[in-house]
Design a protein around this ligand. Sequence first.
Ligand code: ZN
Ligand code: FE
Length: 255
Amino acid sequence: MTLQIEIVPILSDNYVYLVRDQASGRVACIDPGEAAPVLAAAEEKGWEIDTILITHHHGDHVGGVATIKAAKGATVIGPGGDSQPIPGLDQSVADGDVVDFGDERLAVIGVYGHTAGHITFHARHEGALFAGDALFSIGCGRLFEGTAADMWPGLRRLRDLPDETRVYCGHEYTASNVAFALSIDGQNAELQRYAGLVAMLRSEGVPTVPANLGLEKKINPFLRAEDPDFAQIHGFKDRDAVDFFAFIRAGKDAF
Ligand code: ZN
Ligand code: FE
């Protein structure tokens, strides 16, 4: 393992991640929608935040940037190409870029549609994906600034990352996502098993993140838009994956 990763719950259901590269001692926080809990968590660990990574412009992901930047002199790295400016942005990155972070390298993968320029960060050595609001456990982001055709290619690239990838999502939405997934995939035994685990974890207030990407590939309906058996159940056999993805997304929006 190259990184130490701490989960900092903020607001009603957001997660901020504090990430420390063990070799260099560098510390990043990802999507700090609030400053105080993030600064307190870092202080408690004795970690000095030098980098702020941002996936997209929404307030619940950037609300704490100005305060943390002022307090720590941290460098703000995020999508300069999003539809709204990222506060305090120092370094604009886009799909295909790589951010050096101590011994770790973070590959930037664009997943568009939740916002027009949403990005995710894939820590390759660690096998961790910081997904923002693009991919959730058993879910994906709502299409606020794009179409299913915009989002599917990016989600597909996340799906194609290695099975052992751990997915650090921007929100704790898993329980409601599981309820929807069961409504369209109720015969899926692995989904049923996961539903039981999620219910147990949430009853104890334990985060369901990080999610395991290998399992998500089998039980997250949004990652299965190309699965012929799943498509057949819903009448989308031989149809474009984008159409089936759009159908699933619309179903969740109305659930
Ligand atoms: Zn968002
Ligand atoms: Fe969000």
